[in-house]
Design a protein around this ligand. Sequence first.
Ligand SMILES: Nc1ncnc2c1ncn2[C@@H]1O[C@H](COP(=O)(O)OP(=O)(O)OP(=O)(O)O)[C@@H](O)[C@H]1O
Length: 389
Amino acid sequence: MMPSTAMGSPVYKEGPASMPFNSQSRGEATSARDVVDAVNPPRSDYLQLEGLAKAFGATRVFQDIQADIAQGEFITLLGPSGCGKSTLLRSIAGLTALDRGSVRIAGEDITHLPPRKRGIGMVFQHYALFPNMRVADNVAFGLRMQRVEREARRHRVEEVLRLVELEAHADKYPHQLSGGQCQRVALARALVVEPQILLMDEPLSALDARIRRHLRDQIRDIQKTLGLTTLFVTHDQEEAMMLSDRIFLMHQGRILQQGDAEQLYTRPVGRHAAGFMGHYNLLDARQARPLLGHHGEQGQVALRPEALYLVAQGRDPVKSAELPPNAGPGCHGIIRRRRLLGNVVRYEVACGELLLNVDVLNRSARHLLDDQDRVVVHADLDEVQELGA
Ligand SMILES: Nc1ncnc2c1ncn2[C@@H]1O[C@H](COP(=O)(O)OP(=O)(O)OP(=O)(O)O)[C@@H](O)[C@H]1O
């Protein structure tokens, strides 16, 4: 694995996305960016991926990758393990050679440039800091490679450490820091050379849940402050939805769907997309008839667990949901399993040959249904996604 410092010495290129760290607060940085944006509005095709393909021997890792990414956009590559996310990121960085296609930044073809000349910063899952160097020296490394003069270097390191809220830790060694702090050093190290594009490969995966949420929000704040075009790899759907302007959902080396979190969550384009986003119930149209009324005999339908409603036997008003205006006919069932997911309760309900996941807000213990309780399940027909054959 290559430490991010290897990518931490791109040639600084003038351009609106490369914000100098010249302000004391995020507020000032934002207004500086606004001025730049007004003079030179962000381009919608800042990073262009055209027909990218890569195979390792007989293993096709990705193909036909086509995307335009706007300046300042935060894109997440989301998909299951092995779908090609990391290899795609490494190919954009120049760490892995492409078989086909081209990568352009601001119109310039960088496909054949070596990594250090691409103007790309990279942060990896494992931060790989230099253990014998203090935080400030770890961060300054890329600037030293660029032969930035000592005083300017010190100034830039101070500013970027302030940005990642580590200014008090500048003189510590990596072993004196927590995992989250080390990852912030890695981020600072990538940012200090003012890259045009930031690539992040599962930077939060090795951290515990609380730190992970905090750092996630911090990354997004910093990215917005700098207006930095960013590609972020994750297999965590919630992380993708919280962070992204747009999500690229990948499956077996292709981008299945590109869109914002709402589009991906509520309008999946097919069964693979529905299978990955949310916890969709995927049903054959024929099987789903008792639940949906007449809905054709062909293809599949997808229904989110929160688009299903439970009415308890005897219509116990405390335990029964209020139905939506366009509710389906209703299907008798039995609760097979109940799982508390925190603020949501997920019921597994057997309705004849259908096994359905139904999510209900966990209001209080009084509202809970028990295993073996008899219920009627209704679907909100406005939320049915027809997926075709
Ligand atoms: N250097 C390599 N040589 C041969 N095969 C490779 C190499 N790197 C990756 N692969 C294969 O390419 C496919 C995609 O791997 P990649 O790491 O890009 O997926 P991913 O979506 O990032 O998965 P994960 O989330 O598990 O990291 C996998 O089948 C993997 O085994």
